[in-house]
Ligand binder design. Structure first.
Ligand code: NAD
Length: 516
């Protein structure tokens, strides 16, 4: 089935759900054509304040609703995401310029997240007893309370998946959400929200505001009880500092310079074929995509030759069907950055094995997937995130050398190991300083596993999304403990003198019995 750009009527309908007051607008272009897609209404800090009041009111009722009711909404939303996939795919492609296949990954991810939290939130957040210091004399339980209003700031590269991974667990935990959707991904976010509202989510519980990044972002940060940010390390650091000054928690999902290690026990041709997707999916505009490959000498030549060949064979076009393998970059600033990184590398002596130039015959923001070798540390693409379709292949002489160079980065988001032995790869994985490690895959094995935590070490961020970790960031734990009165706790010196012997026996017994 083939899609198309959304109609003006559809765009208008989606924009009517924005919490922005009528007023200013920003033209949004379609990456495939460079032509204006629509005028996005843009909001202000005042809109954020007004939306926050409504979200807070709606949140009180949502928190009081039963877990079963919340679960039903999330499951229905899952079904609507799947049912409305063609519309969502059209919107995603129109805003990001990615292929239909790569847009489909976002549908799959969003639906998976909705199902996962619908079915797991209640179990994770159920109030539970904990062993007290003096069994039977004291009792303790832990409750989880929603934090209240969760601020969510999402970028343009994966508007659906990245919104889903923050917004859905926040709602599942009983919170309201105030989101700043990136201007370039707003329609996709609004269509996702529409599915939730049609599934029964109170409309005021999830507000979306668009506008200037710093103005709206700061305003959301200031009115939230917790803030989730996905974007660059530079902006994420500002968001984190602002939140910290108010003693507000934050999860920060930031940049990466993700390495892949190719061991010498692989079939180099097979490995090269699988590795290509990890570098060029969504034109490399993915936080977890691979930008550095370290291949062991024994398979280096065969791997590199096949990798470059497969890259050159990728079908690139602005197709609203599944006929293309790679699409367009999303923004002019992205094209500029990619061109600069490649030119700088080539000027300084890097060798081009594939790509290296823009493809204006396909559209204004198309750039050919690019493979470089002989990249050295003084080149900009060496340590800095390109966030584009550019990968550097280097040869290493040992597993140890591969681990050292892979870890030699300020970032620590994702990594990948190709090996004929999963056991060997798992052993190496434990040595890599990254939040996820994919074996015989680039990023999809971990990224799609919504039951497992996802996030970065070092400058790649703070906190984790997905899994129970991704849910627990949205609640406050509260310990409720009581004295049963079977034995009165000692208060005076005389009482301590009587009871301390007994308490010492208790300590020794618990230690002997290995009881926590
Ligand atoms: P960016 O940091 O420039 O912008 C991200 C968002 O933050 C935008 O919507 C922007 O308007 C907004 N913003 C700007 N100032 C703000 C402020 N003061 N407070 C709050 N929000 C503010 O990033 P980008 O260039 O749009 O996205 C690409 C970057 O995001 C890359 O570095 C990439 O690696 C990273 N990223 C990380 C993940 C992850 O999960 N770790 C996922 C996707 C993208």
């Amino acid at each position: 089935m083939s899609g198309t750009f959304p109609s003006d009527k559809r765009i208008q309908m989606l924009c009517s759900a924005l919490s922005n007051a009528e007023g200013k607008s920003t033209p949004i272009n379609a990456p495939f054509t460079g032509k204006k897609l629509y005028d996005l209404p843009t909001g202000t800090a005042k809109d954020v304040a007004a939306a926050a009041s409504k979200v807070r009111l709606a949140q009180v009722a949502w928190q009081a609703s039963t877990p079963a009711a919340r679960k039903a909404v999330l499951l229905k939303a899952h079904d609507l995401i799947v049912k409305r996939r063609e519309d969502l795919l059209d919107l995603l492609q129109s805003e990001t310029g990615k292929t239909r296949g790569q847009a489909f990954e976002e549908i799959f991810q969003s639906a998976s997240v909705a199902r996962y939290y619908a079915l797991s939130a209640n179990r994770v957040l159920r109030s539970r007893g904990r062993r007290s210091a003096i069994p039977t004399v004291l009792r303790a339980r832990v409750n989880y309370q929603p934090k209240g209003l969760i601020g969510v700031v999402t970028p343009w590269n994966y508007p659906l998946s990245l919104a889903a991974m923050d917004v859905i667990p926040a709602l599942a935990a009983g919170n309201g959400v105030l989101q700043k959707a990136d201007n370039q991904g707003a329609l996709s976010v609004l269509a996702l929200r529409e599915a939730f509202v049609d599934a029964g989510l109170p409309a005021d519980l999830w507000a979306v505001v668009t506008g200037d990044g710093a103005e709206i972002g700061d305003a959301i940060n200031d009115v939230s009880d917790y803030i989730c940010f996905t974007g660059s390390t530079a902006t994420g650091t500002k968001v984190g500092l602002r939140a910290a000054a108010a003693l507000r928690g934050a999860s920060l999902e930031l940049g990466g310079k993700n390495p892949m290690i190719v061991l010498d026990d692989v079939d180099p041709v097979k490995a090269a074929r699988a590795a290509v997707y990890a570098c060029f999916s969504s034109m490399g505009q993915l936080c977890v995509s691979i930008e550095r490959i370290y291949v062991l000498r024994g398979v280096a030549e065969a791997f590199t030759t096949e990798f470059a060949k497969r890259t050159r064979e990728l079908r690139q076009s602005a197709a609203f069907d599944y006929s293309s393998d790679v699409g367009s970059l999303t923004l002019p600033s992205q094209l500029k950055r990619v061109e600069e990184h490649v030119k700088d590398a080539v000027d300084k002596g890097a060798k081009l094995l594939a790509g290296g130039q823009s493809r204006p015959e396909l559209g204004p923001l198309f750039f050919a997937p690019t493979v470089l070798t002989d990249v050295t540390s003084e080149m900009r693409c060496s340590g800095n995130e390109t966030f584009g379709p550019v990968v550097a292949i280097s040869v290493v002489d040992s597993e140890t050398e591969a681990v050292i160079v892979a870890n030699d980065s300020e970032f620590g988001l994702n990594s990948s190991i190709f090996s004929g032995s999963v056991r060997r790869a798992r052993r190496i994985a434990a040595l890599l300083h990254t939040g996820s490690v994919n074996i015989n895959e680039g990023y999809r094995a971990s990224f799609s596993t919504v039951a497992a935590p996802m996030g970065g070490m070092k400058s790649s961020g703070l906190g984790r999304r997905n899994g129970s970790e991704g849910l627990l960031r949205f609640v406050e734990s509260q310990t409720v403990a009581n004295a049963t009165g079977y034995i009165r706790l000692p208060n005076t010196g005389a009482e301590f003198s009587k009871l301390s012997g007994l308490l010492l026996i208790l300590l020794k017994t618990l230690r002997l019995l290995h009881r926590k």
